[in-house]
Write a protein that binds this ligand. Structure first.
Ligand code: AMP
Length: 259
């Protein structure tokens, strides 16, 4: 696996592969990788000739500096996991390199005025900024994003459509821990006991259709979950239920499809 730490190394790698007519699949991440990230690597391997992952904790998408400072890191373990799962290259840039790239700011058509957009002001413009910059240098044919961050996935699709970028955006299902908790790098910040208890989040999502909302809100409150939102939204005919809140000091999000 190629570990690319500079734009020059990345440019050269991408240029060579493009010259050989290879299709590039891209999996952007913030590192501290788990099986959810790896499922995206597998999908990219199936659908592309070459898979490039990136590891970059983007400061501009954190509305809370504390959350940014506490974001978990383990580059050695990440590299092992990517290599073991046949990722061809990983781009690990420094902030200055990302900052040197051209950025965009686009109208997200209200997609950023709901849920995460309200709870994390500026978050999605930060996401758009960094994903656009990464796309401009990785130049992928396809890019893979998890439905765990469903609103983000819609925003990336909107960006690609608005700017008419030549990349196909592919969404992938949420991978869960055995108790139903959606896998997330932030889960490592939960205490062992809290992590074991978190199965109730998925249970609440699943029981939404047959239980009154205020009863679920009361249950979440009693369990010590500080609810930020529990909302239904329709994205292009696809109805989903979304939840976000803080448990054991850690902010968690999840969603399911409603049928
Ligand atoms: P992150 O490192 O949290 O920025 O996530 C990088 C990518 O992995 C994003 O597209 C996420 O939506 C995706 N991802 C994170 N957690 C999961 C999960 N549990 N299942 C599937 N994809 C995930």
């Amino acid at each position: 696996m190629n570990v690319l730490r500079s734009l020059k190394e990345l440019d050269q790698f991408v240029f060579e592969k493009k010259q050989m007519g290879k299709q590039i699949g891209f999996v952007p991440t913030m590192g501290f990788l788990h099986a959810g990230h790896i499922s995206l690597i597998h999908l990219s391997n199936q659908q592309s000739d070459i898979t490039i992952a990136s590891i970059y904790v983007n400061p501009s998408q954190f509305n809370d500096v504390n959350d940014f400072n506490k974001y978990p890191k383990n580059e050695e373990a990440d590299l092992k996991l990517l290599k073991a799962n046949f990722c061809d290259a990983v781009f690990i840039p420094e902030k200055a390199q990302i900052d040197s790239l051209q950025k965009v700011s686009i109208d997200l058509g209200g997609l950023d005025n709901i849920m995460e957009g309200i709870c994390r002001p500026g978050h999605f413009q930060g996401v758009v900024e960094v994903v656009y910059r990464l796309f401009s240098v990785v130049m992928p044919d396809k890019a893979f994003f998890g439905e765990k961050d469903f609103q983000q996935l819609q925003i990336i699709k909107k960006m690609v459509e608005t700017l008419n970028l030549p990349v196909e955006i592919i969404g992938a299902p949420i991978l869960r821990e055995p108790n139903g908790l959606a896998m997330s790098s932030r889960n490592s910040r939960l205490s062992k006991e809290a992590r074991e208890n978190t199965g109730f989040i998925y249970e609440v999502l699943k029981s939404f259709v047959k239980t009154e909302k205020h009863i679920l809100e009361k249950r979440l409150f009693e369990l010590g979950f500080k609810l930020e939102y529990l909302e239904k939204h329709d994205f292009g005919g696809q109805k989903r239920l979304f939840i976000a809140g803080v448990y054991d000091g850690v902010r968690l999000i999840d969603n399911i499809e409603l049928n």
